[in-house]
Ligand binder design. Structure first.
Ligand code: HEC
Length: 134
């Protein structure tokens, strides 16, 4: 049932964002790179991985309070300077250690596991975002 809830959450986000912007609903949630100035922004490549594998838990509709408390993607783009850099560091760390999505979820739903390609895409994005803040 957990999977269904996650999926429902994702659909809800899509539906909500679709109302405001028909063609590219994902953009309403995460600021595209070109529009972001000094804050953390998302490449389309990173967005697609985040939506598929991370957003279900790290967004306002997520079920786990702990996950929401630790990180929310929408909030990440409101951070700047040292706060933003610290979060990006955490993201790089969980990617390097293969800690996300959490093992429990991956055991239950193996298709939630990050592929090497997806992990590399997120890694590349986070490194570039960090470099811009430095
Ligand atoms: C099934 C829900 C779930 C999914 C999916 C998920 N996370 Fe998490 N995430 C959590 C939880 C729960 C925590 C808090 C873990 C803890 O504190 O022990 C967490 C914590 C984190 C943290 C903070 C780690 C720290 O050091 O405090 C980062 C960064 C993170 N997740 C990134 C990601 C990324 C990137 C993805 C997608 C690849 C992802 N998460 C997918 C549930 C999830």
């Amino acid at each position: 049932m957990k999977k269904f809830t996650l999926l429902a959450g994702a659909l809800l986000l899509f539906a909500a964002s679709g109302m405001a912007q028909e063609k590219e609903p994902t953009k309403i949630l995460l600021v595209p790179e070109a529009d972001a100035g000094k804050t953390v922004a998302f490449t389309l490549e990173a967005m697609s991985v985040i939506e598929a594998k991370c957003l279900g838990c790290h967004s306002p509709s997520g079920k786990s309070d702990k996950a929401k408390e630790k990180m929310q993607w929408e909030k990440l783009q409101t951070l700047s300077g040292a706060d933003a850099m610290a979060k990006l560091d955490e993201i790089l760390e969980v990617l390097d250690k293969g800690e996300m999505p959490p093992t429990k979820m991956v055991e239950k739903y193996p298709n939630m596991k990050l592929t090497e390609e997806e992990s590399a895409k997120l890694h590349k994005w986070a490194e570039a975002a960090l470099a811009k803040l430095e």
